[in-house]
Structure formats: C-alpha cells, structure tokens
Design a protein around this ligand. Structure first.
Ligand code: AMP
Ligand code: MG
Length: 489
C-alpha cells in the first residue's frame, strides 16, 4: 500500500498531441472538506487507507496541491445527444488529474468531477452540486456491488461554495476512477472534424493501453469495434436484467470500455414497468428502460461510423465490415440477457422454452404492478408463498409457477442449491431513488453525511442479508413517487 506520493503516474493520454485535450488547473471549492472515502476504490490504486487522515489529503485530491505526477487536463469529445450530433462537447465540469499505473499493471484514470470551468464549459460553471455528486458516488459503487461494469468513486468532497441551479445548492466534487474516460464521442469528434490522423492515434492509444489483443488479427480497428460491441451488449443486458435505467444514453456518455458512465437522472425500476422513463426531461421517452437495448445499437452504429476511415481504405468495404460486426450486437445482447434471466430464475441448463418462461413472468408482473427486485428475491426462497402474495391475480401467478416448477423438475433442480444460487444473483438491495434522497436530504439540510457511508457499505454487498436495513429491502414509501430527477445537476 502506497502513500499519495508513491503512486506511479503514467499519463499516456496527456502524451497525445494537442487537440485531444486542453491543459488547465482545477479551481478549488471554498472550505473543502471530506464527505466520504471509499476504501474499496483506494485498494484498486494501492493507496494506503490511512492516507485519508493526512492534513493535506483534500488539498491533494482536489488538485489544489499538486502531486508531481499530476498533469491536469480536460478531454475533448463530441457526441449524439438525444439523436442529434453536437459537434463539440468535452469535459465541461471534469478534469483528469492523471493516470495511475498499479504494481499489478492496472491503469486508473483519476478524474475530478465538479472541479471548475474548462475550455469546454460553454458558459456553464464547471461545478457539480452535492445532490448529483451523492447520486453518482452511491450508484457507481452500487453498480459495482451488483457486478455491473462501471466507473468507480474514490471520494467525495463538500464545500461552502454556492452553486446556482434552479435554486442555490452546495457545490461538491467527486473523484472518480476508470481505466479511461474515453467515450464513443471521443472518436466521433475526430471523425466529424475529418482529423483522421488523430482518429487513428486515439484508436491506437486505446488498443495499445487497454486492448493489445486487438493487434493479433489482421484488422486491429475492426477488432476494437468488435470489442466495443461485445462489452456494450453485455453491459446493457446487465442493466436490463437488474432493472437499471441510465437516463441519458447519449454517445458522449458511452464508455469505450463498456462501463456505466456519467450518472445523471438514472433510476432502478420499482414495479416492473418496461416503458419507465427515469429522466423527467426526456419527454419523448427516447431513453425509456425498454429502449435501452435499441439505443445501444444506435450508439454503436455512431461509433462504427466514426471508425470507418480506419476499417478499410475502400469506403464501401469499410461500411460492409462495420455492418457485419453491428449485426452481431443483437445476437450478443439477446444471448447474454437470456443467460442472466436464466440465472435469475435459478436455471442451470439452457432450454428453448426459457425465454417464453421469463417473458411470461414479466408480463404477469407488469399487469400486477409487482416490484422487480422484491419479486426476484422472493422467488429465491425455497417456498413460493412470499412471491405469490405480491400478485393481485394469484391465479395468473400460479399458472406461471406451474410451468416454472415443470421446468425446474426437467433439470432435476435441487431447491436448497437453487435458492442459494439465486440469492447470489437476485439482489436484496438496490439504490432506489428515495434512498439516495434520504442521504441527500440529511447532507444538504443538516450536514449529516452518515447515511452516505451507511448506504455505501450496504450497497457494496447487495446480495447479503443486512438485518439493520430490512426497511431498504421493502417497497419504497409513497413519497418516493414524488421524486423527480432530470439532467440539471
Ligand atoms: P452530461 O449531461 O453530464 O453528460 O453533460 C453533457 C455535457 O455538458 C458535457 O460536455 C459536460 O461536461 C457538460 N456539462 C454538464 N454540466 C456542466 C456544468 N455544470 N458546467 C460545465 N459543463 C457542463
Ligand atoms: Mg456526460
């Protein structure tokens, strides 16, 4: 375990030429203090947990006091926002401090969100409010706990700085970590500005650092596209299986690594409503829960288009190659989702009727307004009685359950084993909006940050029993329906 000074910074991204980023310093908040520190994330970069006790920890983490390895910069990108191409976005409120290489060879970008304006802020303040910072901090760790690829969160910093949104809110910062923060939109920027040499440099950078195996075949750029298609298909299948809605699946929020990136107005399903829209500004429902798999396909086609100049010198051939890869997406998605649903139902073997079985259950759940997480956890019990009681139309449930029983018998399923396995697949705890809201309310009204740490440790182990937190495994309270989340954070 290392001190902050012992971290080894190998800032490969900042060695790329001008045009990929703009260098700048962070603008500290006033009277910064630590709100929460995530030991799990610290371990990833081999940072000694006692470092958080240093007097200068906050100054260093906020970039106020620079480590010799820091080379702060804001990354340049563009992207498709709600289907429309926006030629220039970039990190408007995020600053990459540097990239750490661990002794085990992992690379972690340390990026500060809310660290002040950058060249890409376009008149906005470059700040993040405490409310949205808490939501991202908790959700990224909750997703990791659920086994879903995501950016991570090392710590959260509070302050006296006032930030203006619809009202005055306290400003905060989040230090987040990822192998890189390169997005689909990073490639689109160089494609649409016809800087194909830089497009190639970016692709080479990603391949060299993160996917060296792409160099094994004859077309490393096609291999990179293939890799992105696979990781995105698997990511979205995992979102669908756990009931997670991202809310703003613009291509500038799509990680080239297939990570959940940029938590804004996200939401987990309460009752199973497939057309659930978590973002109250998304009036058309473009990013509704059940549209996420298709939006994944759209976003990947944007990435594929941006990579065209690299795929083949003959444009028609490049397009054919890209189209053939994109066709794989649906297959990869459907297969992974089917596997996850089989796991959720505790089925070992793969059978033709399985999709019908899970679709049938989802239909009955939708009709009966059954809570998605609570139902699958209830099905993980040996007895079906708790699950059955969740349905108003018990007969409809019984009909499904008879088929399920036959299916279990057909693979000689053992109830004890099945139940144990399902409890490791179907979480007892997810981050419902109202839980985050309780933590936000305590933090903003009373400067009481204890709920954040409590939720963090709960959500990092969402499959375990936590007797002190039974209430969080129950149906959300009625006031939860009044919570509204939008992009303005
Ligand atoms: P997001 O909706 O958070 O993915 O942001 C979309 C774009 O707007 C990105 O380029 C952000 O960096 C930028 N942005 C969002 N909020 C702010 C802010 N408060 N100040 C400056 N830029 C911002
Ligand atoms: Mg974003």
């Amino acid at each position: 375990m290392k001190t902050l000074e012992q971290l080894q910074f190998l800032n490969a991204y900042s060695q790329l030429p001008e045009g990929f980023y703009s260098r700048l310093n962070t603008t500290p908040l006033s009277n910064q203090y630590l709100i929460s520190f995530n030991q799990q994330a610290a371990e990833l970069i081999e940072l000694h947990p006692d470092e958080v006790m240093r007097d200068d920890f906050i100054d260093i983490i906020s970039g106020k006091k620079q480590l010799p390895g820091y080379e702060p910069l804001a990354m340049c990108y563009s992207g498709h926002q709600f289907g429309h191409y926006v030629p220039r976005l970039g990190d408007g409120r995020a600053i990459l401090l540097g990239q750490v290489k661990t002794d085990s060879g992992e690379r972690w970008d340390l990026q500060l969100k809310g660290a002040g304006p950058t060249e890409y802020s376009r008149g906005s303040d470059g700040r993040a409010v405490l409310r949205s910072t808490i939501r991202e901090y908790l959700c990224s760790e909750a997703m990791h706990g659920l086994g879903i690829p995501t950016t991570r969160a090392l710590c959260m910093i509070g302050s006296d700085t006032e930030v203006y949104r619809e009202q005055i809110e306290p400003g905060a910062m989040l230090l987040r970590m990822a192998p890189s923060h390169i997005r689909f939109g990073s490639f689109e920027y160089f494609y649409y500005t016809q800087q194909y040499d830089k497009l190639k440099q970016l692709a080479d950078h990603v391949i060299e650092l993160h996917y060296p195996e792409c160099k094994d075949g004859s077309n490393s750029y096609l291999a990179l596209l293939k890799q992105a298609i696979k990781s995105t298909a698997e990511l979205i299948a995992k979102w669908q299986a756990v009931g997670f809605s991202h809310g703003v699946m613009n291509t500038d929020n799509m990680s080239i690594h297939g990570l959940t990136l940029d938590y804004g107005p996200y939401g987990f399903l309460d009752t199973y409503q497939p057309d659930f829209i978590c973002n109250h500004s998304d009036h058309q429902g473009r990013y509704a829960f059940n549209r996420q798999p298709d939006i994944g396909a759209f976003n990947l086609s944007c990435l594929a288009q941006a990579l065209l100049p690299l795929l083949h010198e003959v444009p028609e051939t490049a397009a054919e190659l890209a189209m053939a890869e994109l066709k794989e997406y649906r297959y990869l998605y459907v297969n992974h989702y089917a596997e996850l649903m089989r796991n959720k139902l505790g089925l070992f073997e793969q059978k033709k009727e399985d999709q019908g079985l899970s679709d049938h259950l989802l239909r009955v759940m939708q009709k009966n307004n059954v809570d998605y997480t609570i139902l699958f956890r209830a099905l993980s019990q040996k007895s079906s009685s708790i699950a059955r009681d969740l349905f108003i139309d018990r007969e409809a449930f019984d009909k499904w359950y008879d088929d399920y029983q036959l299916r279990l018998v057909s693979e000689n399923s053992n109830d004890n084993e099945r139940s144990e396995r399902m409890k490791h697949t179907n979480p007892k705890y997810i981050l419902r909006n109202y839980m985050a809201e309780i933590a936000i309310e305590k933090a903003t009204k009373n400067q009481d940050y204890s709920e954040i740490d409590r939720l963090l440790s709960l959500l990092q182990k969402p499959f375990d029993e936590h007797p002190d937190y039974e209430v969080y495994a129950e149906h959300p309270p009625e006031w939860a329906q009044q919570i509204s989340v939008s992009c303005s954070s």
